[in-house]
Design a protein around this ligand. Structure first.
Ligand SMILES: Cc1cc2nc3c(=O)[nH]c(=O)nc-3n(C[C@H](O)[C@H](O)[C@H](O)COP(=O)(O)OP(=O)(O)OC[C@H]3O[C@@H](n4cnc5c(N)ncnc54)[C@H](O)[C@@H]3O)c2cc1C
Length: 380
């Protein structure tokens, strides 16, 4: 098969590696080579497992503790399984080089048009036409492949991010997550990287305007690091898909000769914004189709593998950030629960490591609630 993969992010590059290794003729299109992406760059333990030996080849910061802030409360969660923070320019180039080493042909071109042609595809990239049997959309949030094969994301299925790259490291092994006032559907982060720190904020796209997001980040920088607002050249901003439950249920990510993976498919945790794991995992699942004649079954496979996790995160989002009528939001409660309960810290640790998902979380908490209650009342 002649396979065209649009986008050499983690999803596209890993899919290109796996399909090329299986003997397909793979063309990997990427228009922004080696660019630093708007991203925290946090690879959780499960993302590292799903990836391709990044740790030993790309410089990274190993995060061993997570500081949780909300209002005046704070708690430090020591991590049993550290997560790693990479500069995306470096991790993406490494994964892309893996793909070309496996035999994929890199085309540094901007894909401008896609047409169905017989049983395959015509892809127009910088005025050149490529004839392909399969088309894989790994072209991120604003995916042209998604818009052609299925439908673009609605605003309500997107989150807005805004942040800065700050030269220097402020707390080498520690990542910070600050939850904002109740009802703010997102959080602020500060992740140390090898040469700089990435400080940013994520919020549902149709909620606060960018001006407000910027004010939150500037206030955090002043309060936490005593820094003035950084210059324009240090700013980044981007959209990331965080799908609603209804969109996830109707989301179609494959047909006979096309498939969507990573952000283009909307595979991002709606609460945390974690997308790198799902980008890599979806690429791995796609790789299982290397010897099939049709890609259609991929749509069933991702649902079976991690679809329910994404659905649960979308369903829990409201409760997490807004709470109930008589109940505080989980975001408000997390720092004090973390500080006071050893069992909560254990569950959080397993969650960050990817060993405890949203599926089963509710029952785990119900099961452990007597112990948690005792820890809250009588000490950790
Ligand atoms: C600010 C921010 C912070 C984030 N932080 C984290 C984090 O810490 N941890 C985490 O797990 N996730 C994080 N995410 C989410 C994560 O960045 C994405 O889920 C992940 O990058 C998805 O990978 P991908 O390969 O699907 O898409 P991308 O990494 O977006 O790659 C898509 C590629 O396609 C290329 N492309 C697009 N259109 C075309 C075209 N027409 N022609 C040629 N090439 C094209 C692009 O240049 C790009 O390289 C963050 C997102 C944002 C916005």
């Amino acid at each position: 098969m002649r396979v065209g993969i649009i986008g050499a992010g983690p999803a596209g590059s890993l899919a290109a590696t796996l399909l090329a290794q299986s003997g397909h003729e793979v063309i990997l299109f990427e228009h922004k080579l080696g660019r630093e992406k708007a991203c925290g760059g946090g690879f959780t333990a499960r993302a590292l497992d799903a990836g391709a030996l990044l740790e030993s080849h790309v410089p990274c910061t190993s995060i061993t503790e997570l500081e949780l802030l909300q209002d005046s409360q704070s708690a430090v969660l020591p991590l049993n399984a550290p997560f790693h923070v990479y500069a995306r320019a470096e991790s993406d180039v490494y994964l892309m080089n893996q793909a070309t080493a496996a035999g994929a042909l890199l085309q540094v071109r901007h894909v401008t048009n896609l047409f169905r042609s017989g049983s395959g595809w015509e892809v127009i990239a910088d005025d050149e036409t490529f004839h392909l049997d399969w088309l894989i959309g790994a072209d991120g949030t604003h995916s042209r492949v998604r818009a052609t094969c299925w439908r673009p994301f609605e605003l309500a299925d997107l989150s807005m991010t805004f942040g800065y790259y700050l030269p220097g490291k402020f707390h080498p092994q520690r990542a910070i997550v600050e939850f904002l006032p109740r009802g703010f559907p997102g959080y602020l982060w500060s992740f140390p990287r090898t040469g700089h720190s990435s400080v940013g904020i994520i919020s549902t796209a149709n909620h606060p305007p960018t001006k407000i997001l910027r004010q939150y980040v500037d206030r955090f920088l002043r309060r936490y690091y005593g820094l003035p607002p950084p210059g324009r050249d240090q700013i980044y901003g981007a959209m990331v898909p965080t799908l609603r439950e209804s969109t996830l249920r109707s989301n179609c990510c494959a047909g006979e000769n096309w498939a969507l993976i990573g952000d283009a498919a909307g595979f991002v945790d709606s609460i945390t914004g974690e997308g790198i794991y799902f980008a890599l995992r979806s690429a791995r699942l796609l790789g299982l189709f290397a010897h099939e004649k049709s890609l259609k079954e991929f749509d069933r496979l991702w649902r079976q593998d991690f679809g329910e996790e994404l659905v649960r995160s979308a369903r829990l989002k409201q409760r997490f950030y807004y709470g109930g009528r008589w109940q505080r939001s989980y975001a408000e409660m997390l720092p004090s629960l973390t500080q006071q309960s050893r069992t909560v810290r254990k569950i959080e640790n397993e969650f960050v490591a990817g060993k405890q998902g949203y599926v089963g979380l509710k029952w785990r908490i119900v099961r452990e609630s007597p112990r948690i209650l005792a820890e809250l009342l009588f000490g950790r």
